[in-house]
Design a protein around this ligand. Structure first.
Ligand code: NAP
Ligand code: MG
Length: 401
């Protein structure tokens, strides 16, 4: 059989533990038999990060910048226990954080829907994608206890010595106080990433804040989005038949629950922290959640939203066959291959990405799935090992070829 040819390499970021095992199997069983896979390989496994003093992570992010499309395996973010386990030189930073900072990107999370796992919210028929502005606000706050009566002020001193001073509160007794900030540049990058991803996936974009209460801070977010939309994106949105829609966060929540899904919801940092757990839980499973990092200039890095599934890995090391769900990692690959195909004008590569996704969903809809899904599945389900599951998918791709 003729394998599909690629033009530009995908940036491949390998990872850790059980997902690293699945990574190799997905390539071997579902991709390489069909695609003459071209990648520029970066090993982000913890051992290699330690050996290179984490330079490998920086290099992989720069490669993603250069080529435009990357696919990433889940990686360990070291903590004290991992430093010991891997005998690390340092407690290296989260690779996702490093890559996000270099690409200045926004993360979009989308659930993968299957027939037998119905969302808790009855009206949801299509996935809801959440975008998080992962900078500033309460995550970079400065806060203090107030011991007793006194005046709290907000003071900004300009480099030229000028001053802005506002009274926060005249305390009559003890309490608490918090200061936080954000940057026009960061909000603008966030907005670009959101508009671009909406265009890339041809879905409406919703954005919500609480600008009626936060008349300067949240209003700045609203204005930056609105100005950018008018200046750079309105025409493209109209051409694509999609809309940009701004509303208050509380109104957005009510509309989301009543909706059919099928749109992107951009949230401020804290809102997305809360809302994404609600959305993920209501859609079913973290193992069925994909994640894409999109830079403001339109570079894409695809991955699964879950971690390295450590507990399964330890069982695997003992020689046990595990039933770890590879679906989100498969969709990271299909997403990256489709995007690469779009950018390089390779329709057969785009078609293959579609077939890979269809074959995966058809396998589940036929009742064959990993254990985690079988537990949620509404209907007759056969729980199989990861390898059995992958080989069922492989058979179905072959039937489509
Ligand atoms: P996790 O790997 O997502 O796993 C948590 C639990 O969720 C698993 O023990 C498993 O439950 C279930 N689960 C998650 N994905 C699954 C899958 N594909 N198939 C079946 N079950 C799945 O999170 P964690 O245990 O908190 O973190 C493990 C490591 O991953 C950590 O070192 C962390 O730093 C890293 N991590 C990386 C990323 C990333 O690279 N993007 C994200 C999050 C965490 P059962 O054990 O009950 O079956
Ligand atoms: Mg959270």
């Amino acid at each position: 059989m003729n394998r599909i040819q690629m033009k530009t390499p995908l940036v491949e970021m390998d990872g850790d533990e059980m997902t690293r095992v699945l990574w190799a199997w997905i390539k071997e069983m579902l991709i390489e038999p069909f695609v003459d896979l071209k990648t520029e390989y970066y090993d982000l496994g913890l051992k290699k990060r330690d050996e290179t003093n984490d330079q490998i992570t920086v290099d992989s992010a720069n490669a993603a910048k250069k080529y435009g499309v990357a696919v990433k395996c889940a990686t360990i973010t070291p903590n004290a226990q991992r430093v010991e386990e891997y005998n690390l030189k340092e407690m290296w930073k989260s690779p996702n954080g490093t890559i996000r900072a270099i690409l200045d990107g926004t993360v979009f999370r989308t659930p993968i829907l299957v027939d037998g796992v119905r969302p808790t919210v009855r009206t949801w028929k299509k996935p809801i994608t959440i975008a998080r502005h992962a900078y500033g606000d309460v995550y970079k706050n400065t806060e203090t206890k107030i011991p007793g009566a006194g005046k709290a002020e907000l003071i900004f001193t300009g480099e030229d010595g000028s001053e802005i001073r506002k009274t926060v509160f005249d305390f009559k007794g003890p309490g608490v106080l918090q200061g936080m900030y954000n940057l026009d540049g960061s909000i603008t990058s966030f907005a670009h990433s959101c508009f671009r991803y909406a265009l890339s996936t041809r879905q409406d974009l919703w954005f919500s804040t609480k600008d009626t209460i936060s008349k300067v801070y949240d209003h700045r977010f609203k204005d930056i989005f609105a100005e950018l939309y008018e200046k750079e994106y309105r025409e493209a949105f109209e051409k694509a038949g999609i809309t940009y829609f701004y509303t208050l966060i509380d109104d957005a929540v009510a509309r989301v629950v009543r909706s059919e899904g099928g749109f992107i919801w951009a949230c401020k940092n804290y809102d997305r922290d809360v809302m994404s757990d609600m959305i993920a839980t209501a859609f079913g499973s973290l193992a069925m959640m994909t994640s894409v990092l999109v830079s403001p200039s339109g570079q894409f890095e695809y991955e699964a939203a879950h971690g390295t599934v450590t507990r399964h890995y330890y069982r695997y090391l003992k020689g046990e066959e595990t039933s770890t769900n590879p679906v989100a990692t498969i969709f990271a690959w299909s997403g990256a291959l489709r995007k690469r195909g779009e950018l390089d004008g390779l329709t057969d590569l785009q078609d293959f990405a579609g077939k890979l996704e269809e074959a995966t969903l058809e396998t589940i809809n036929s009742g064959v799935m990993t254990k985690d899904l079988a537990l949620l599945y509404d209907g007759e389900a056969r729980a199989v090992t990861s390898r059995e599951f992958l080989s069922e998918i492989q058979k179905r791709i072959q039937m489509k070829a």
